[in-house]
Design a binder for this molecule. Structure first.
Ligand SMILES: NC(=O)c1ccc[n+]([C@@H]2O[C@H](COP(=O)([O-])OP(=O)(O)OC[C@H]3O[C@@H](n4cnc5c(N)ncnc54)[C@H](O)[C@@H]3O)[C@@H](O)[C@H]2O)c1
Ligand SMILES: [Zn+2]
Length: 407
């Protein structure tokens, strides 16, 4: 009885009617580095081995690599270079299995068998909770591998090496992972921060222009909600960025990544328990348009359209002065985005309502609670609303329709 009393005294309690509750309380601090480097697998680069920390009690760190096939097409000798990198550090690390290449892009998030295949692979390689899973690839592959690592052994450490603009400046530096399921994007997933993120600019050099551009949409997004000066800078550099000049593109990636990191660490809701999600400005329609286009639209391309819709809506709803919308549309077009896709025009039979509008309710359901949509007050400041007027949205979408002689 005495021992029970001691334990009970150490816990805080609340009385509620006839019952007494003992409150379980602890907090887990999270911290991980985001490196910016070049040629991570060159012999002189020690960042990856540093990120894994010192071997514990003399045991070598076991590591498995999953690589994006799209990247390997551009860098066919990467698997060999990775094996050489690990081999050269044989006193501290070892490959637990052969370096594996997986199909990248959205398709890898749509295949439940692939999830199981990778989980089984980690088990058969004898990966334990002290081992490291390293994912090298685009946002889709990082989401998939992060999910596989988070669910095997209740969580194996994972390191992200993002290889697209979007993954380096947005998805890769965040805390979410997941796969698509039951017809919905990101339906299965977890919030699990990585051990480290390593952004290597050499991977961006070989990325096709289409994906370089797609990732810039997230920079425009975060500038619009948080950083007006960054928006001005993007306007100033638009022509150079549209030509993928490496100096401004490098700066765009770094600044955008830091803005995302700051929002996650100081925004007060890193694991999205509330109903709002400012970093998803423009995303309620983007996610829907991606699906409606049969994933013909890249995530970033759909986000560019979504940003334009919600910016125009912010003006139509009287939240932001007219003219700001014209600047945003012009910037996106100067960056080379096409702000119209036939998916914008798909309508349901019964009443002719645009199918994209269903994205509002799906967005609400995903977060739970009240509908919360981030809109703009100015170029750099956001405001949350809880209702969206369908007629105004229709008008905002029409504003993007290309017209001969005008655009
Ligand atoms: N977890 C999050 O917080 C978060 C946030 C935003 C987006 N996302 C997700 O990220 C995904 C989009 O990521 P993405 O834009 O990086 O596209 P992606 O992962 O679909 O990659 C696009 C294409 O580029 C190829 N590729 C990757 N790196 C390459 C390189 N260096 N050279 C040549 N080809 C390369 C891939 O194989 C793929 O074909 C979506 O699934 C989206 O939902 C997740
Ligand atoms: Zn996004």
């Amino acid at each position: 009885v005495h021992v029970v009393g001691l334990v009970a005294d150490a816990l805080s309690k609340v009385d509620c009617g006839d019952a007494r509750a003992f409150i379980q309380r602890f907090s887990v601090p999270y911290e991980f580095p985001v490196y910016f480097t070049r040629d991570i697998f060159s012999d002189a680069n020690h960042i990856l081995s540093e990120a894994m920390g010192q071997p514990v009690s003399g045991r070598r760190r076991r590591v498995v690599f999953f690589l994006d096939e799209g990247l390997i097409r551009e860098m066919p000798d990467l698997p060999r270079r990775i094996a050489a990198y690990v081999g050269a550090r044989g006193d501290t690390m070892e490959l637990a299995g052969p370096v594996e290449t997986i199909e990248g892009g959205e398709r890898c998030k749509n295949d439940p068998q692939l999830v199981e295949h990778l989980q089984r692979k980690l088990v058969s390689c004898g990966m334990d909770r002290h081992a490291y899973v390293v994912a090298v690839g685009g946002g889709a592959l990082l989401d998939l591998v992060g999910y596989v690592a988070a669910t095997t052994h209740r969580g194996i450490r994972h390191i992200r090496i993002p290889t697209t603009v979007l993954a380096q400046n947005d998805s890769g530096v965040g805390v979410k992972n997941g796969v698509n399921a039951f017809g919905f994007k990101n339906m299965l997933g977890t919030f699990v921060p990585p051990v480290a993120v390593i952004n290597d600019s050499a991977f961006i050099d070989v990325l096709p222009g289409r994906d370089k551009r797609a990732g810039m949409a997230e920079a425009v997004k975060v500038a619009l909600i948080r950083d007006g000066a960054f928006f001005d800078w993007l306007e100033e550099k638009a022509e150079a960025l549209a030509l993928f000049a490496s100096e401004p593109l490098d700066r765009l990636i770094r600044h955008c990544a830091l803005l995302h990191m700051r929002q996650i660490s100081t925004g007060g809701d890193p694991f999205e328990r509330g109903s709002g999600r400012p970093l998803d400005f423009g995303h309620w329609s983007a996610h829907k348009l991606e699906a409606l286009s049969g994933y013909e639209l890249r995530h970033g391309e759909a986000v560019a359209i979504g940003i334009a819709i919600d910016t125009r809506y912010s003006v139509l709803a009287g939240l932001m002065p007219p003219g700001a919308d014209v600047r945003v549309r012009a910037l996106l077009e100067r960056l080379g985005f096409n702000l119209w896709h036939p998916a914008c025009d798909l309508r349901r039979e019964i009443d002719g309502q645009r199918l994209v509008l269903a994205g509002l309710e799906e967005f609400r359901e995903h977060l739970g609670g009240e509908l919360t949509i981030t809109l703009l007050k100015s170029l750099g400041t956001s405001v949350d609303v809880h209702e969206m007027d369908h007629a105004l949205l229709d008008e905002a979408i029409e504003w993007l329709r290309p017209r001969d002689g005008i655009r």
